[in-house]
Ligand binder design. Structure first.
Ligand SMILES: NC(=O)c1ccc[n+]([C@@H]2O[C@H](COP(=O)([O-])OP(=O)(O)OC[C@H]3O[C@@H](n4cnc5c(N)ncnc54)[C@H](O)[C@@H]3O)[C@@H](O)[C@H]2O)c1
Length: 249
């Protein structure tokens, strides 16, 4: 299969008003893709779509709402004449150990990070079929590859998403839809405002990543990775590579 020219992309990006979603929208739109930016931050999303210009659009989409999903997919198909890609990027972070996380907080994180992505794949699948196939990128995390203390609900959600990604890849393969999971490490976005720089200091690449470094991985997954589905793409400065041991006594 040839690479996909970004100019042929008709992609819906969730959580696209800022952070990783905004960087991806900016990169793909700059290369000629039609991008439906969605979020619950209407001012930021509208401003970004204005900055990028046509055919980029902004539309409000709370990923936990089935009605919002159906309306956004309809709007994207009407605006672009079809939809062939989805970046399930929206997500929320929540701090707390397993026994200190309130049930309502736990459910809310799963509702947005897991059910939101499920609703997105469910709503977009018919449109991707109508387009003759396509690609879905689900934004997990290194927290979907290993555990982190004090992030119980978030880690749970990102592992669930990694598993759902594989189930969806098998289910949608007959329709020509590739489904891939993205696993960023620490990235400097509004989500990590309160996370100190030294969190990344023990990694092989000892710094936070930039949103654009993740956006370039997403572009690769969408446009270049034609022989990959159900698989995991890690962009983490080596965070999950392992430990350096002092074995010389
Ligand atoms: N920043 C990191 O270090 C990091 C690392 C690994 C994974 N991730 C994941 O990357 C994705 C993007 O994170 P980011 O760092 O850009 O965060 P961010 O907080 O800057 O952006 C997330 C966006 O999602 C939107 N959002 C939140 N709830 C929503 C909802 N219910 N419906 C629609 N949109 C909603 C927010 O308004 C925001 O614009 C998330 O899934 C996050 O878990 C981030």
């Amino acid at each position: 299969m040839p690479a996909i020219d970004p100019k042929q992309l008709k992609i819906l990006v969730t959580g696209g008003a800022r952070g990783i979603g905004a960087a991806t929208a900016r990169l793909l739109a700059g290369q000629g893709a039609s991008v439906m930016i969605t979020d619950v931050l209407d001012d930021e999303g509208t401003a970004l779509a204005g900055e990028l210009g046509a055919p980029a659009r902004y539309r409000r989409l709370d990923v936990s709402s089935e009605a919002d999903w159906n309306a956004a997919v309809d709007a994207a198909e009407q605006a672009f004449g079809g939809l062939n890609a989805l970046f399930n990027n929206a997500g929320i972070l929540g701090f707390g150990k397993i026994d200190e996380t309130a049930p309502d907080d736990f459910r809310r994180i799963l509702d947005i990070n897991v059910t939101g992505c499920y609703l997105g794949m469910r709503a977009c699948a018919p449109a991707l079929r109508r387009a003759g196939g396509g690609v879905i990128v689900n934004c997990s995390s290194t927290a979907g590859l290993q555990g982190y203390g004090g992030l119980a609900a978030y880690v749970t959600s990102k592992w669930a998403l990694r598993g759902m990604n594989k189930a969806a890849a098998l289910d949608l393969a007959p329709d020509g839809v590739r489904v891939l999971s993205l696993h960023p490490g620490p990235i400097r976005t509004p989500m990590t405002d309160s996370v100190p720089d030294d969190t990344a200091s023990a990694q092989p690449i000892p710094r936070f990543g930039e949103p654009d470094e993740v956006a370039r991985m997403v572009r690769f997954m969408v446009c270049e990775a034609s022989y990959s589905t159900g698989s995991e793409f890690v962009v983490d400065g080596g965070a999950v590579t392992g430990q350096v041991l002092n074995l010389q006594g």
